[in-house]
Design a protein around this ligand. Structure first.
Ligand SMILES: [Zn+2]
Length: 453
């Protein structure tokens, strides 16, 4: 019987009280290997696809997952049932999750790929996702509601052919979930030192806070983000933990790539709950406001928008406060809806200083006789020299003031970065093209182990 290529997407199996869609996928991977040994070919690493991060009604990071496999028709039917069973058993439906699973056969059409992009930039509704599924002849399964369909379709339709990274996620055993995570901080610092070139956002440099462990009751013990599968596995093996690891999986993902900020917009095109990247001019001097946040007004030929650097410290806020009227910058962030007393606001994720406005201070002229700087002789009366007694008229001297800022990127600190935000250390490491070949070992039960391939 002929082989079939199948894309499977899952979303919204978790709630704020626990669970994690990546964990459900990790369970599915194990089951597929166990029940159909050698009969299901994985065409890619499991994909962890982050969607528009500005949608407020999503749990945590707004991530959905996808699997891309090749198998025979007879296995496919059994595999589907197995997958649906795992999703049903492991979804937090009683806590409000509305899981969806999508199966799409064949290759991704232009329309599918375009949907995959749109869920990164826009607010897409369930109806639209379901209509597309119908047109593409995808099979959609939902439990308790249809909120998950957008994410599941979004993951299926995004094969991560632009820049991508990897994340190794290690999961806790059920009895440990909800208790403090036993990850030895010193081992993370050591790992970061050794693996800094090929991994990212392990720690926050400013506060030394460990960033590989999430907070909350979800089953993730730690996650290591990096440039290659080898790097994240090697790094994971250096992390010392004081609790058992149930399983681990390496995901390929759009995290750390700025995928949501690929399209540049004009100010008049900005709408609430969408990401924004705008080339603009600073229209007023920045201010520190209550809470230590930095406020800035920028504009282009289509309008003005308030921007906020929401951080009591950090490079981004500090850079914002050094901007001056007339500077040309590119602002990156998410658009917050208007409130009673405030219009829409751009929450900054990063800025790029493009061009600094010339900035001058005015000084009295030098005395033409002895060269000492002259003093004002009173309004409308010119200048006088206190050394040689010269009196006369002259032009004020414009002196260029050295700016404290340089052109370039300023990004929020790793501790407040969103999953999709490309950190500074990733510039120049962008990857392109087809999914890489799978390494021999990209998931496992128990602690991850590394031996060079
Ligand atoms: Zn003089």
């Amino acid at each position: 019987m002929g082989k079939k290529i199948v894309h499977m997407g899952i979303d919204d199996t978790d709630s704020s009280k626990g669970g994690c869609t990546t964990y459900v996928l990790a369970l599915i991977v194990e089951k597929l290997f166990e029940k159909f040994p050698g009969q299901v070919r994985f065409l890619d690493y499991p994909n962890l696809v982050r969607l528009n991060p500005n949608i407020p009604w999503k749990t945590r990071g707004n991530g959905a997952v996808a699997l891309r496999i090749e198998t025979s028709s007879s296995i496919l039917e059994r595999a589907q049932n197995l997958i649906l069973e795992v999703v049903e058993k492991n979804s937090m439906v009683s806590e409000g999750a509305q899981p969806a699973v999508v199966f799409l056969e064949g290759s991704l059409t232009k329309e599918a790929l375009s949907f995959g992009k749109r869920v990164l930039f826009e607010v897409v509704g369930e109806h639209e996702a379901k209509d597309l599924a119908k047109r593409l002849k995808a099979r959609v399964y939902t439990l308790s509601g249809e909120k998950g369909v957008v994410g599941a379709m979004g993951a299926v339709c995004n094969p991560l052919t632009e820049d991508y990274t990897f994340e190794l996620l290690a999961y806790r055993t059920p009895e440990r979930r909800g208790t403090p995570r036993q990850v030895l901080p010193e081992s993370v610092l050591k790992m970061d030192e050794a693996m800094r070139d090929v991994t990212f956002n392990n720690i926050d440099p400013e506060t030394s806070r460990i960033l590989i462990t999430p907070r909350g009751p979800d089953p993730v013990l730690f996650g290591i983000r990096g440039e290659t599968p080898e790097a994240v596995l090697q790094a994971a093996c250096m992390v010392e933990v004081g609790e058992p690891i149930e399983r681990w999986v390496i995901f390929r993902t759009n995290q750390g790539t700025d995928a949501h900020l690929a399209v540049r917009k004009k100010v008049c095109q900005l709408t609430p709950h969408t990401p924004a990247r705008v080339l603009a001019e600073v229209r007023s001097e920045p201010k520190t406001i209550a809470g230590g946040h930095a406020w800035l007004l920028v504009g282009d030929e289509t309008g003005c928008i308030d921007c906020m650097g929401y951080e009591p410290s950090g490079d981004l806020r500090n850079a914002v406060l050094k901007l001056k009227k007339g500077d040309v910058i590119e602002v990156y962030g998410g658009v917050r809806p208007p409130t009673n007393d405030k219009p829409i606001t751009l929450n900054l994720e990063k800025i790029r200083v493009v061009k600094l406005a010339p900035y001058h201070s005015l000084r009295n002229p030098l005395c033409p006789i002895c060269g000492k700087r002259a003093k004002s002789a009173g309004r409308g009366r010119g200048y006088k020299c206190s050394r040689c007694g010269w009196r006369g008229y002259g032009e004020k001297e414009r002196i260029a003031v050295e700016r404290e800022l340089r052109p370039g990127f300023f990004v929020s600190s790793p501790r407040s970065q969103r999953h999709l935000t490309k950190p500074l250390c990733r510039y120049g490491k962008e990857k392109r093209g087809e999914p890489p070949r799978l390494v021999p070992k990209w998931w496992g039960l128990g602690k991850p182990t590394y031996s060079s391939w």
